[in-house]
Design a protein around this ligand. Structure first.
Ligand SMILES: [Zn+2]
Ligand SMILES: [Zn+2]
Length: 458
């Protein structure tokens, strides 16, 4: 059995992995790199012989895991595509939005290969996919006897890790995982039996959690910072991923209002894509997934304002209003997204406002640049516009959707893999795990897989 990373580089990016059992070939995830453009942002699908893949699994709806699925389906039309039900709904909504983003990048930045796929192709693919519930084994390839089982990964709604069993070999791929419960969804529910091979994310390997951290204290600090901002006549911007972080932050705000930590009438505004995703989150209440608060419906129970509407087929920009909380995507404030344009249009330079980060931001993204900046520093948010000074209060909170490095390490020690592939992390993050495993579990072979290279699993 062989394992190969199809990522363009060993970091968080276009996640995709190939498993070859000898008589069956499986692809795990088909991501798009968030920082690269065009074909440079895609996995090494050209290195796989056309028509040779039997099945592919998508672990969740974030674009670094699903963003190039249509390219894979185009080269490998015979491959069966497997999802959890919620990941499928959220995922295809993300992909349709991605077509629109690529279209505007083609128009505004002149990237000719965009869009890499069309709405019509997505509709065709969506008609062929298969969804599977968690903890129920199914055949990826019945002829070759390759079985898979999904497990709730606790990262975003519908996210799964997967156990694959073939030739008496058990491999577990975590996808993105969070072992702790968050406000809206429960923590991961992963098996703890021994595995032969573990493929595990390492996102937070380079960022230890402060020893005095508690979720309660962090939530209180978040509520208090928002309350103070509103009181001084400022507005709050929380840049969030449309899937996961938006719904998590909205649920927290709802609770803060109920507990009297925020004025109950504070308007909360969300952006276009987030609204669509929140509708799907609400649809998967009522026991359909392991949500924590099954009866709560974000959109109807919160009376949110949708921040952008189409006028003359052009989106009108959202303008900051004092006393309002804005939860806008994207989380990394990427150019041409709602949160980027909003920050540029008078928000960042107003001292009364506050900009609150709640999750991971790549150091090279606009959000990363703001997080590294000092007050009054001028920041380029969009290369086609002048820089703007950072005068708003800026704070970073740890509500990560990824497991802490200690939780990941504990999990590796429990399942005692013979071989551990360290993926989905910056080099320093994966390296931390390799060193810890050399000390604590010398029986495992800890590997940071070199993209494009085959590793024998025996
Ligand atoms: Zn993710
Ligand atoms: Zn990811």
């Amino acid at each position: 059995m062989l394992f190969r990373s199809l990522c363009p580089a060993p970091e968080i990016g276009a996640n995709s992995y190939l498993l070859d059992t000898g008589n069956s070939r499986i692809v795990l995830d088909a991501g798009m790199h968030p920082k690269r453009e065009g074909l440079d942002a895609t996995p090494r699908f050209h290195e796989i012989e056309d028509g040779s893949i039997d099945a592919a699994i998508v672990t969740h709806s974030h674009l670094d895991h699903i963003g190039t699925l249509p390219l894979l389906a185009h080269r490998q039309p015979q491959a069966k595509l497997f999802f959890s039900p919620a990941a499928a709904e959220l995922g295809f909504a993300m992909l349709h939005n991605s077509v629109n983003v690529m279209q505007s990048k083609r128009d505004e930045l002149g990237i000719d290969v965009y869009p890499l796929f069309s709405h019509r192709e997505l509709d065709e693919i969506e008609n062929t996919i298969e969804t599977r519930p968690n903890e129920t084994p199914f055949f990826l390839d019945s002829q070759a006897g390759v079985q898979a089982t999904f497990h709730d990964a606790g990262h975003v709604l519908g996210s799964v890790g997967v156990t694959i069993e073939a030739n008496d070999h058990r491999l577990l791929y975590t996808g993105d995982v969070n072992f702790e419960p968050s406000t809206l969804i429960k923590g991961a529910n992963f098996p703890e039996d021994p595995v032969d091979t573990l493929v595990i994310e390492t996102t937070r390997g380079d960022s230890p959690r402060p020893p005095d951290y508690t979720r309660e204290a962090e939530e209180y600090r978040f509520a208090e910072t928002m309350a103070k901002t509103l009181k001084r006549g400022g507005a709050v911007l929380v840049p969030v991923f449309a899937v996961g972080k938006t719904q998590e932050v909205l649920t927290m705000i709802h609770r803060f209002k109920r507990e009297g930590l925020l004025p109950a009438r504070t308007p909360v505004v969300i952006g276009g894509l987030s609204t669509k995703m929140t509708v799907i989150y609400d649809r998967f209440g009522n026991g359909a997934t392991r949500r924590s608060d099954d009866d709560f419906r974000i959109l109807s129970d919160m009376d949110l304002k949708a921040g952008s509407r189409r006028r003359n087929r052009k989106r009108t920009a959202i303008v900051p209003e004092p006393g309002t909380i804005y939860c806008l995507s994207s989380g990394m404030m990427t150019e041409k997204t709602v949160s980027n344009g909003f920050a540029r249009a008078g928000f960042l330079e107003n001292r009364k406002n506050s900009l609150l980060f709640v999750g991971y931001a790549d150091p090279d993204s606009p959000a990363g640049h703001i997080r590294a900046a000092k007050a009054e520093e001028r920041i380029v948010l969009d290369s086609s516009h002048p820089p703007v000074p950072l005068r708003a209060q800026m704070e970073v909170f740890d509500f990560s959707g990824h497991a802490t490095r200690d939780d990941l390490l504990d999990y590796i020690l429990k399942v005692k893999p013979k071989r551990t592939f360290l993926v989905h992390g910056d080099p320093a993050a994966s390296e931390w795990f390799r060193n810890e495993l050399a000390r604590l579990l010398p029986s495992t072979e800890a590997i940071i897989p070199e993209p494009g290279r085959d590793y024998e699993l025996s």
